[in-house]
Design a protein around this ligand. Structure first.
Ligand code: SF4
Length: 212
């Protein structure tokens, strides 16, 4: 089965110019289908949501990120998304009951050097599970927006997870809008974190301060 979303411009109703950017043509909202978009944080959602909506997708967000450490940071990122979801023009499902650090740490323990793969997997598996039960045709992730993530790993994982089921992985290279997303999120006044999310990434980010 074709697991990755590969429809053509004429099928989606979205027009793109030579650089792959969307033109001003506005398709009917929802005409391209329903997508459950895993959202890692509000700033990464800005360009991703804008792109999918411009293609005619009905976008529902999913905030499920048990990787975020500490809990205060989780709350801050979640509340930032809550604050801006109306402005982004989407409904968001918040899986706060799934914020269970034990589950996340068990997934990455003894796999620390490859932890990002398992971190992606945990979050994409949950997204697919909810997409199935919510009868979404597609699932995707704002992880595809970040130039700091392992983009090809996320894309391959999404395709693999979708291989045996009815929900298709909607691959898009949201990195095309990296700078645009940064500028828009700053203009909107969004909180923008300075580390990826887990304890390990925070330690890496603050290595100099810790060792000062
Ligand atoms: S660096 Fe980011 S993607 Fe990698 S394990 Fe940590 S939170 Fe997950």
């Amino acid at each position: 089965m074709e697991s990755e979303e590969t429809r053509t411009e004429s099928e989606t109703g979205a027009a793109q110019n030579d650089s792959g950017r969307k033109t001003d043509e506005t398709p009917t909202p929802g005409s391209a289908g329903r997508v459950l978009l895993h959202i890692c944080c509000a700033p990464c959602a800005v360009y991703s949501v804008q792109t999918l909506k411009a293609e005619g997708f009905e976008v529902t967000g999913l905030f499920y990120n048990p990787n975020i450490h500490p809990a205060a940071e989780y709350i801050r990122r979640r509340d930032t998304l809550r604050q801006f979801e109306a402005e982004l023009g989407i409904r968001v499902i918040y899986k706060d009951a799934g914020y269970d650090p034990q589950v996340w740490f068990r997934e990455v323990t003894f796999r620390e050097t490859n932890r990002c793969f398992h971190c992606y997997r945990v979050r994409l598996e949950k997204t697919l599970f909810i997409a199935k039960h919510g009868r979404f045709e597609y699932f995707s992730s704002t992880l595809l927006y970040s130039t700091k993530q392992k983009h090809e790993v996320i894309a391959a994982l999404g395709r693999d997870l979708a291989a045996d089921g009815p929900n298709r992985f909607l691959y898009r290279d949201f990195r095309l809008g990296w700078q645009e997303g940064i500028e828009k999120s700053m203009a909107m006044g969004m909180y923008r974190q300075d580390y990826c999310g887990c304890l390990y990434s925070e330690v890496e980010r603050r290595k100099k301060e810790i060792r000062a």
